[in-house]
Write a protein that binds this ligand. Structure first.
Ligand code: ZN
Length: 322
């Protein structure tokens, strides 16, 4: 018989019991919450990795579509800018490069705008040209070819890294192949476009026709190729000043400087044709003097080609039938 309970003992026991219950309940609730949170986080992480995978897939699909030859690319405009930008953001290591190039450039106003352009690179002289441009703190435009060797790719990236404009000058530079048909031109176009995009993250928007738009190699009317570019919002640039460095004889420095600079004061926009090519050493030798002469001219600036540049085009596009 345990009649004699200590007063308050019962109440104490109940308190302890309640306390225990409370602790067990809190632990249970805490465990449930943790489990719930775990599930939520698991799904979030899953969703994010799916998004990442999608982005990478998109980039690959896009690049494949672009390098595919044939009719579907002909009718497939490069109007996937947002898509591409999103994809590029996901492409490792290229964001900085792409960003630095899409950054707004201030366009200096001057009576004479001069654009130094180098065709046919990268070459063994690319680095020398880049160093000279750096020395004078001027930006230029390189219309490059599709050269896949390690040095060329490294130089292509270096051109971008140093803030110059990269334009397309065809992948193969084989006039007879490129100008055979719009299909051939398209195939080559997407190869050089992808080559630049894959290696620098840049969507090039300017083109220089091999031989210029007024070349006489093409049996077809060059306007069909000009229309092809226009449909893709790519602008082609010829030149109104030639350094003359592409001829069969190697010109000396004085002649190159004279050719490149003599007529600048006559033009509001001067696009100077030069070459970044292994067979053109005197162009590199003449470059410092060419730049110094231009910088000494009144109300004259040297600029890289951008969307603001007035194009110089030897042929008219077919609109209006002329
Ligand atoms: Zn060329």
């Amino acid at each position: 018989m345990k009649k004699e309970q200590i007063p308050g003992e019962d109440a104490r026991r109940r308190r302890v019991k309640r306390l225990k219950k409370g602790i067990v309940l809190s632990v249970l609730v805490w465990m449930l919450l943790s489990a719930g949170l775990g599930v939520v986080l698991f799904y979030r992480v899953n969703a994010l990795s799916r998004q990442l995978a999608d982005t990478q897939d998109n980039l690959h699909q896009l690049l494949e579509a672009m390098s595919r030859t044939g009719q579907d690319t002909v009718s497939q405009p490069v109007r996937t800018k947002n898509h591409l930008e999103a994809s590029i953001a996901g492409a490792e290591g290229l964001e900085g490069l792409a960003d630095s190039l899409t950054a707004e450039r201030e366009v200096p106003q001057a009576a004479h705008k001069v654009y130094l352009t180098f065709d046919d690179g990268p070459s063994k002289y690319t680095e020398d040209i880049l160093d000279i441009l750096d020395e004078y703190d001027v930006k230029a435009t390189f219309f490059v070819l599709g050269k896949e060797d390690g040095h060329s790719v490294e130089m292509l990236r270096e051109i971008a890294r140093r803030g110059h404009t990269i334009g397309m000058h065809s992948y193969s530079h084989k006039y007879a192949d490129i100008y055979q048909s719009v299909e051939d031109f398209s195939a080559d176009f997407y190869r050089i476009y992808s080559y630049i995009l894959e290696n620098t993250g840049i969507q090039s928007t300017c083109y220089r026709f091999p031989g210029g738009s007024s070349n006489t190699v093409s049996d077809l009317d060059m306007r069909i190729f000009a229309d092809f570019l226009e449909e893709r919002e790519v602008v082609f640039y010829d030149w109104n000043i030639s350094s003359g460095d592409a001829g069969s004889t190697l010109l000396d420095v004085d002649t190159l400087v004279e050719n490149a600079t003599a007529d600048i004061s006559k033009h509001g926009t001067s696009i100077i044709l030069m070459h970044d090519a292994a067979s053109r050493p005197t162009t590199v030798e003449a470059l410092p003097e060419i730049i110094e002469n231009i910088l000494a001219m009144e109300d004259t600036v040297i600029l890289p080609i951008t969307e603001d540049t007035t194009p110089i085009q030897h042929i008219r596009r077919s609109e209006g039938g002329n």
